[in-house]
Design a protein around this ligand. Sequence first.
Ligand code: PEP
Ligand code: CO
Length: 455
Amino acid sequence: MSIWSPISWKTKPITQDVRYEDPKEVEDVVAALGRLPPLVTSWEVERLRELLAEAQQGRRFLLQGGDCAESLSDCRSDIITNRQKIILQMSLVLIHGGHRPVIRVGRIAGQYAKPRSKPTEVRGGVELPSYFGDLVNRPEFTPEARRADPKLLLACYHHAAMTLNFVRSLSDGGFADVHHPEYWDLSFFRQAAVPGELREEYEQTTRKLSEALRFMEALGERTVADLSRVDFYTSHEGLNLHYESAQTRQVPWREGWYDLTTHLPWIGERTRALDGAHVEFFRGIRNPVGVKLGPSVSPEDAVRLAEALNPDNEPGKLVLITRMGAQKVADALPPVVEAMRRAGRLVLWVCDPMHGNTVSTSSGIKTRNFQEVLREVEQSFDVHEKLGSYLGGVHFELTGEDVTECVGGAVGITEQDLERNYATLCDPRLNYRQALEMSFHIARRMSRLPRAPRP
Ligand code: PEP
Ligand code: CO
């Protein structure tokens, strides 16, 4: 392999590239970004790698979730708080069902860049560049808004820093009430769509969870403080390599390079070409790295990707996020899992049940069906169980708001409801109640897993 540097990606073919008008302006912004302090630290990144290594051994479970496209205007205390809350609540349900600690990772504080299937968008006969996320341009359909603006790289850095500052404060004790399920909105239990025995089971889970948390609290004050101080990590798609490489640096007393825009960057389904710029960039950093794998990936390519991104086969380094779709997962996933095992590669398997299950309604609205999303998760558990591997995490697009973007779930969102509060700038997200309900289903499936191996 050729010599790696934070800018060696520039010598490789790049997909989803951004066409900036003025390269000098990009250079100046990248230099400014490089001088600013990092958003995360190398010791947090190393800690996450250790946790992911334990998840690979079946001892932890990863919950990754957040917006499809984070936006500058969503950098608001209510939206951030609600998103943190739902992730925390889901994690408690999963810990209870799965008997394992949960690693919480948000798609947050940097999820500003979006790959698009078409470079341009046509509305009423007018053609403009597509919206590529707030890191690149703005969603309004005007020529000014859709121009790729390098200054947005800095604006997003600043918003990521503000978001992260608030997330860190919240994690540091701001969530005492979340530890009491009696305060959660569990109204979906009472929906007619939830059969009687399931409702009873859910109510029992909530009761047991409350008791367990109260017991923990009763153990002593230190435990209460520890309980409300939760670890939380960030992730985003590492799509814009100007942004990623600008914040990639060496730190004293450690070897290698760290991408300090986030703890866990991932490579998207559209940019994971083996000889491409994204694989080149991400093979050189110490962070754990995720890669999305869709149904078209060949087992051989998946293994080559694992070799390229984790040449020394280090534990905790590589997260494979499969997003096959409920229709395809049963056929497409097993050969990839088997190939990886034959090649002796250490990976953490995570299921993203969102991106293979996007459909359009007859009126052209993008949505996802709760039942199909759940079906992909359940089938992924089945595949891994059958093959003796471990599904070590799930990856969701979700929000803590009461949006109407995905259909189904006990709250029964229909296609007609979609227009009521369809707020996403890109893909449809589970809303608060759908996300919480999903966690109860997953916890139920996880309760059948073998107990976690002892360290
Ligand atoms: C995403 O996670 O928002 C995304 C674009 O996913 P994928 O690369 O799997 O299509
Ligand atoms: Co998405």
